[in-house]
Design a protein around this ligand. Structure first.
Ligand SMILES: Cc1ncc(COP(=O)(O)O)c(C=O)c1O
Length: 476
């Protein structure tokens, strides 16, 4: 008899303790330090060690408060990277999804889960102006981008998914901007095209792809016999949130018959609030977007949308006999694994479905709009401070800036690096960094449903306090 089953009364007791712990955490989330008071050595000590041979039973939960106390808090003053704030109704759905433990491979393995995922994918597509697109939820934007480029490769090099890269292939090229996310280069490497297949097109003053340069690069490459595989437009670059001119890019892609993918992992969901900024996105062949970023969902929850599911099937449907469906009904016969690189998949859709049902689309749209307002407010506050400099226009909700009030000859990159570390060490707000045309930039990215005006103002006060403390120390 297995030692593993727990009784329902034991499960109830354990889950109540976990729920209490999470409720207390959420109650205090605005008071917690923005980075835990811990070192790498301490976390090794706390969580290292060998696996217990005999179970601790309920006492195993005694370590859970340490897990919470040593986690980085995504509270209202978390503005690092591009990472959503973890909506709690969705988190509860994640618990339910794990208990239900559906394997969202195909309808027959999880009827409700498959139906719900297909529904929420449709909701997302409609919400961002890609009506009629289908797709699936993914672990994140990186895997969505990989799957999209896999389809693009098949379009450009028919049969490559079956037979591998043709031996006589001339150099394949993926066009994207110099500001594109690193997942493009990774995807290109994984797909056998190599990092070098990525051609980075320069950007303009607003960090948007220079479409004239794109057009020219494609013409030149085609004349040289190279094979364009895809044009990847960014709908919100990671550093500055800039949005490429997707109408112009769609036009080039159509004229040259090249697959157009939009990396909207950061920004695409903002089309719910400001659709006019995303004109042309609906003309793409595929779009990736990340509900675990700007729809505030707990990780993991990315999404790939595509116009033509036949292409997804051409690339990903490779079912072994053990997975062959014997069902003819189109709903009951549906299999995500025939359109995705994943087979076993968790029930990611439940969190999205429940939190959208609970709050309604309007609440999410308004919250995204509010994040953008907060970003504009922060940019205005920065512009008012003579010792701070805004380094890029605020297209969405990423604000890049630096401290500049230093004696002539000061290495501003080194100084701002110190400022960032000091701000993080102070633990009042959490920001990250970017490289803006060679300048080390402080960066606050607001994709946080908990933040308020005073929270973003703390970015300014904390930066100034840190910089002044550093300047005072160096003057001594
Ligand atoms: C523009 C962009 N694309 C792709 C990604 C990768 O997304 P994920 O971290 O979900 O894999 C990111 C992550 O920040 C991003 O900002």
């Amino acid at each position: 008899m297995s030692r593993l089953p727990v009784s329902s009364s034991e499960y109830r007791k354990l889950s109540n303790r976990i729920v209490d712990l999470t409720a207390e955490y959420l109650q205090n989330i605005d008071k917690l330090p923005s980075f835990p008071h811990c070192s790498g050595q301490q976390t090794e000590q706390l969580f290292g060690g060998s696996s217990p041979e005999d179970g601790l039973g309920e006492a195993s939960l005694e370590a859970m408060p340490d897990v919470f106390a040593n986690g980085r808090v995504t509270g209202p003053r978390f503005f690092g990277y591009v990472f959503g704030s973890g909506e709690p109704v969705a988190a509860l759905a994640d618990l339910a999804a794990s208990v239900l433990n559906q394997n969202v491979t195909a309808w027959r393995s999880g009827p409700s889960a498959v139906a719900i995922e297909r529904t929420v994918v449709g909701w997302l597509a409609d919400a961002i102006g890609c009506k009629g697109f289908t797709g699936s939820l993914t672990g994140g934007g990186s895997s969505a981008n990989l799957m999209a480029l896999c389809m693009a490769r098949e379009r450009a090099l028919p049969g490559a998914s079956r037979t591998g890269m043709p031996r006589d292939i001339r150099q394949p090229v993926i066009y994207t901007s110099a500001e594109a996310h690193m997942s493009m280069a990774k995807a290109s490497a994984i797909l056998g095209l190599g990092y070098d297949a990525i051609k980075l097109i320069p950007v303009d003053q607003s960090f948007r792809m220079d479409v004239t340069a794109l057009d020219h690069a494609i013409d030149t490459d085609m004349r040289a016999g190279k094979v364009p595989v895809a044009i990847v437009a960014s709908a919100g670059t990671t550093a500055t949130g800039s949005i490429d001119d997707m109408e112009a890019i769609a036009e080039i892609a159509r004229r040259q018959n090249i697959w157009m993918h939009v990396d909207g992992a950061y920004g695409a969901l903002a089309a719910m609030a400001v659709p006019e900024k995303f004109a042309g996105m609906g003309r793409a062949d595929s779009v990736s977007l990340d509900p675990h970023k700007w729809l505030y969902q707990p990780a993991d929850c990315g999404c790939l949308l595509y116009r033509d599911s036949a292409m997804a099937q051409q690339v990903f449907a490779h079912s072994g006999d053990y997975a062959k469906s014997l069902i003819s009904d189109p709903i009951e016969g549906f299999a995500f694994f025939e359109e995705s690189m994943e087979l076993s998949r968790r029930f990611r859709a439940l969190k999205l479905w429940l939190s959208i049902r609970y709050h309604g689309m309007r609440a999410f749209r308004e919250s995204i709009g509010e994040d953008m307002r907060l970003a504009r407010h922060l940019a205005t506050r920065i512009a008012q401070e003579h010792s701070l400099e805004l380094l890029a226009p605020v297209a969405l909700s990423a604000v890049c800036f630096r401290f500049v009030d230093a004696p002539a000859g000061t290495d501003l990159n080194a100084l701002n690096q110190q400022v960032l570390q000091t701000v993080i060490d102070q633990r009042k707000v959490y920001i990250s960094n970017a490289n803006i045309q060679g300048k080390f930039s402080l960066r606050a990215c607001i994709v946080n449903h908990r933040s308020t005006t005073s929270d973003v103002e703390a970015v300014v006060t904390e930066t100034l306090a840190a910089a002044r403390a550093i300047m005072a120390r160096t003057a001594q």
